[in-house]
Design a protein. Structure first.
Length: 183
């Protein structure tokens, strides 16, 4: 009986050790990668990721929406109340070298509307979908989009992300070659 318990304990311990190899690494490790798609099949975000991005033009104060892969249909858009947290607009956070930290929930198929955060958040309800489609400013705005891991990993988020930017992101050349989203 004790021999079976010993073998069972060894099996459990081995499984725990093996499972530890799949634990996500802290941002800044070589596990950080260019974003491919931050959404699950049902359209919800898997985790609150620190998404760092650059755009072709200044869309800092423009409302983001998510498009389908063909970029011919909006599949996700915010309610006007979604753009405010407490009394503050959920604008992206400015980082070094023109990078922004997403605070709204973007992805590789992000597009920006002509609406500013202030204007959109003051609307009594979401505009009709055809009105949103007519308000598209840029369907392909991204130059870069990096998933820097879970936001909960950072104690001083802006400072630590700026350090990653200064370092050129881990393995940047290899990642850019394989996963760059330049359009």
């Amino acid at each position: 009986m004790s021999h079976r318990l010993y073998r069972f304990s060894l099996l459990i311990l081995s499984l725990l050790i093996l499972n530890g190899c799949g634990v996500p690494k802290k941002a800044g490790s070589t596990e950080m990668k260019m974003m491919e798609d931050p959404l699950l099949d049902n359209g919800t975000k898997a985790t609150a990721s620190a998404l760092v991005y650059k755009t072709r033009a200044d869309y800092f104060n423009r409302v983001p929406v998510l498009m389908n892969a063909e970029k011919n249909r909006i599949i996700s858009y915010p309610d006007p109340t979604d753009l405010v947290y407490g009394n503050t607009l959920t604008l992206p956070t400015h980082l070094k070298n023109g990078y922004l930290l997403d605070n709204r929930g973007i992805g590789t198929n992000v597009a920006f509307l002509t609406y500013s955060y202030e204007t959109y958040s003051a609307l009594p309800k979401v505009p009709a979908l055809n009105q949103l489609m007519d308000s598209l400013l840029d369907k392909n705005p991204l130059v870069e989009l990096w998933d820097c891991g879970s936001r909960s990993l950072y104690k001083k988020e802006v400072e630590e992300l700026n350090t990653l930017i200064d370092k050129g992101f881990p393995n940047r050349e290899a990642l850019m070659e394989v996963m760059h989203v330049t359009r």
